[in-house]
Design a protein around this ligand. Structure first.
Ligand code: NAD
Length: 410
């Protein structure tokens, strides 16, 4: 039976818009019909529109077009709250890049607005829908590690806010809500929730190291101490260590540190009563060395534990990174399936079912971060208000046609 495509448009035609448009225009998903894209800098939306054969539009044209049902917000993190509010106020379903907002209050206000208007609201990252993480989810659900007991999630890297040249286009970069915590936590949290369910309580520590200097030789204040404030806002945290108690009884840790070095070191592990799942970098979808490893307990006679590199059972892997982007330029994450959750939202609209990247899932990350930061200041353990359900698993399968069906399975 034919199904009417959902018209989609995108606001913010910068770096990451490439991979969204590539997935949604060229990914073979008939459920989405990308109408156009906009940007405050018209040259950017013009370039993307020409490359993908869609309309260059203004924000107003997008928001006033009665046929457009989903608007994607790929503006910078510090614009997410305001632009998403405009999308929702225009009566459109919204899908935002991560994080849902740069403060819990801003994210919650948009969450409430979407709920009061009966609109859908979803948020990146959607890497949890990728082959590696769906394979891991199936292994866990099939009992490969027994009962999950402990989950570790860590991102260790250097950071732009110390390294940047003085970029006038990014006046808020490095302020509260724009640093590694809000930038990276969603990748790890969405995978933790996909595997284990919601977090019940958190506590932890956060800090910013004020003894750092600007590390980019092109920065006008190269080697001088970094500012404690940016644009009148306090500098954001560069380190977070949180303790997580999941609803299912599993304990976890979330570690985010940007005081280190690039290339970044991502680590994710879920340890259970009978085995250990070692997951790849949550910033990717899977494949191309982003594999899932299963450690199974040895036997009582003292045999060693066995480590298996698991075959991926699901579609939506990263594609060959050495194949250049269509634009011929360097486009971040150009070989990924970012935007897959928009496809799911489009199906969900037509099927009248929940979409996987729910507003509760997105709000959860921001609430966890906010609560860990508060916990550090006032020595308290916080109970989460947001309670996302685990997103429904995708069907196993590899081919594009099957892949499309794999999303439309609930
Ligand atoms: N660059 C990456 O590697 C990457 C990867 C994953 C996710 N992301 C996320 O994607 C988002 C965007 O990142 P980016 O690197 O593409 O940033 P970018 O600066 O390249 O693009 C953002 C664009 O949004 C436009 N914009 C801002 N406010 C607007 C408004 N009100 N109306 C219309 N356009 C507006 C800007 O002019 C800019 O062109 C961020 O949340 C980032 O964390 C980026």
């Amino acid at each position: 039976m034919s199904i009417k495509p959902v018209k989609v448009a995108l606001i913010g035609s910068g770096n990451i818009s490439y991979t969204y448009l590539n997935t949604l225009v060229n990914g073979g998903f008939h459920i989405v019909d990308v109408v156009g894209c906009s940007d405050l800098i018209p040259e950017r939306s013009k370039a993307r529109a020409e490359l993908f054969g869609i309309r260059q539009m203004t924000n107003e044209e997008i928001l006033n077009d009665p046929e457009i049902e989903i608007v994607i917000n790929t503006t910078q993190l510090w614009n997410h709250t305001a632009v998403t509010r405009q999308i929702l106020e225009a009566g459109k379903n919204a899908y935002s890049e991560k994080a849902m907002g740069d403060t819990y209050e801003g994210a919650k206000a948009n969450y409430d607005l979407a709920a009061s208007k009966g609109l859908r609201f979803g948020c990146a990252p959607d890497c949890y829908m990728g082959s590696a993480f769906q394979t891991a989810r199936k292994l866990l659900d099939d009992g490969a590690i027994g009962k999950p007991l402990i989950a570790h999630a860590m991102c260790y890297r250097g950071y732009y806010s110390h390294m940047a040249a003085d970029d006038p286009a990014d006046p808020k970069m490095g302020s509260q809500g724009t640093t590694i915590t809000y930038d990276m936590a969603g990748y790890y949290m969405n995978i933790l929730v996909n595997m284990l369910g919601a977090v019940n309580r958190v506590s932890g520590f956060t800090r910013f190291y004020d003894d750092r200097v600007y590390g980019n030789p092109r920065h006008p204040r190269y080697k001088s101490p970094v500012d404690a404030e940016i644009g009148g806002q306090p500098r954001g945290d560069s380190m977070l260590l949180g303790s997580l108690e999941f609803e299912n009884g599993c304990y976890g840790s979330l570690t985010l540190c940007s005081e280190g070095f690039f290339p970044e070191t991502p680590r994710m592990e879920i340890l259970g009563t009978e085995g250990i799942l070692t997951l790849p970098d949550p910033n990717f979808f899977g494949g191309w060395d982003n594999q899932v490893y299963l450690t199974r307990a040895g036997n009582v006679d003292g045999n060693k534990n066995q480590v298996f590199k698991m075959p991926l059972t699901h579609g939506f892997s990263d594609t060959d990174p050495s194949v250049p982007a269509l634009s011929g330029k360097r486009e971040p994450c150009h070989n990924s399936w970012r935007g897959l959750a928009v496809v799911d939202m489009a199906y969900a609209i037509r099927r009248n079912r929940p979409h996987r990247s729910s507003p509760e899932l997105a709000l959860h990350t921001v609430e966890v971060l906010d609560a860990i930061s508060k916990s550090c200041k006032d020595n308290k353990v916080y109970t989460m208000q947001s309670r996302p359900v685990r997103p429904a698993p995708l069907e196993p399968g590899f081919f594009r046609g099957v892949g499309e069906a794999a999303i439309d399975n609930i």
